[in-house]
Design a protein around this ligand. Structure first.
Ligand code: NAD
Ligand code: IPM
Ligand code: MN
Length: 362
């Protein structure tokens, strides 16, 4: 098949990890006879420097016309002055909103080879397989913001329709898994959370009677996520809770650099990015972990291009590379670390076996 993929490398380690993910996608395309056209555009801090705005019109237009968008990360100290008129992160938020990508899927499946890098006891991690569905275009991120000399406010607002659509997406995904959804809120304090909880209850009762729904308050969820992560299947939650809980959940996998994400709306188009940021502390050294970005490429193949076999092939090749010890510094501990490009090369090498094995199985 032919696919147009827009690549937004962004800032910091963004260009390093997207280059790795693009290399893997090119290798998959070659192997399976697809033609992927990659077009790079600016977003974030580099777009502010070059064009004066974090999401130039040309970038948004290119994304709208693409089959899928692959993004690295935005932001960094250069653009973090609290008095700056515009920030790189606004570009990312505008892109998510502009494409109406309201459901952010963040799967967490610790790989056996990296369990040793996780600060959690290994016996708690075996068999963990959870999917966080984070609402991505509403809540406190997008409410009115005010500031005067002595105060500031961020409005948190959700509509019933916004909650319904993300809960529906979570339940639909749960049907292909263990049919268990945990909705996370702060209904003991927040009105938006009480709306969220009521709406989730109704959607599941009326439309997904085969799905089990439980509710969990976000503070205790932050604890349970580490003490009994196997208890969870699909976790659905609002924008900011999902942001925080997934960085926490990355410790189940062993590093923030491992987790991918897919941001989806109602159509096939999607935005794919690792959950981590621009990591200014390690940028420019070729040592960033590219696995989150590479696995985001796998999600792109699955959700936007419907190439399930190719997606699974990338995931198997990543697993094989990790099994073989292709660890960047965040995972290697005292051991010798691979650079970003060496991990990508190990994954590309692994494609031969990973794709071949499944062809034999078929
Ligand atoms: P961060 O995720 O950039 O980094 C947190 C820590 O994790 C750092 O020590 C970093 O070195 C490490 N880390 C992150 N990704 C890694 C990888 N792939 N390999 C190895 N180590 C990795 O978070 P931060 O430092 O709080 O934020 C830095 C900037 O990134 C901020 O401007 C923030 O707004 C931005 N940010 C952007 C995105 C995005 O573009 N989606 C996401 C999160 C943060
Ligand atoms: C993420 C990031 C972003 C978010 C920032 C950079 C706006 O932390 O993608 O997780 O908070 O959504
Ligand atoms: Mn985040």
């Amino acid at each position: 098949m032919h696919a147009d993929i827009v690549v937004l490398p962004g800032d910091g380690i963004g260009p390093e990890v997207t280059a790795a993910a693009v290399a893997v996608l090119r290798a998959v395309a070659d192997r399976h006879g697809h033609r992927f056209a990659f077009a790079e555009h600016d977003i974030g801090g580099i777009a502010i420097d070059r064009h004066g705005e974090p999401l130039p019109e040309a970038t948004l237009a290119a994304c709208r016309g693409a089959d899928a968008v692959l993004l690295g990360a935005v932001g960094g100290p250069k653009w973090s002055d609290p008095n700056a008129p515009v920030r790189p992160e606004q570009g990312l938020l505008a892109l998510r909103r502009g494409l109406d990508l309201y459901a952010n899927l963040r799967p967490v499946q610790p790989h056996p080879a990296t369990l040793g890098a996780a600060p959690i006891k290994p016996h708690l991690l075996a068999g963990v397989d959870l999917l966080v569905v984070r609402e991505l275009t509403g809540g406190i991120y997008f409410g009115d913001k005010t500031r005067d000399a002595g105060s500031a406010s961020d409005l948190c607002r959700y509509t019933v329709a916004e909650v319904e659509r993300v809960v529906r997406r979570a339940c639909t995904l749960a049907r292909a898994r263990r049919r268990h959804v945990t909705s996370v809120d702060k209904a003991n304090v927040l009105e938006t959370s009480r709306l969220w909880r009521e709406t989730a209850e109704r959607v599941v009762r009326e439309e997904f009677p085969d799905v089990t729904l439980e509710h969990q308050l976000v503070d205790s969820m932050a604890m349970h996520l580490l003490s009994k992560p196997r208890a969870y299947d699909v976790v659905v939650t609002e924008n900011m809770f999902g942001d925080i809980l997934t960085d926490e959940a990355s410790m189940l996998a062993g590093s923030l650099g491992l987790l991918p994400s897919a941001s989806l709306g109602d159509g096939d188009q999607g935005l794919y990015e690792p959950i981590h940021g621009s990591a200014p502390d390690i940028a420019g050294r070729g040592i960033a972990n590219p696995v989150g970005a590479i696995l985001s490429g796998a999600l792109l193949l699955r959700h936007s291009l419907h190439l399930e076999e190719e997606a699974a092939c990338v995931e198997r090749a990543v697993g094989a590379a990790l099994d073989a010890g292709a660890f960047t510094a965040d995972l290697a501990g005292e051991g010798r670390a691979f650079g970003t490009d060496a991990v990508a090369a190990a994954v590309i090498d692994g494609l031969a076996t990973a794709c071949h094995v499944s062809e034999l199985r078929d």
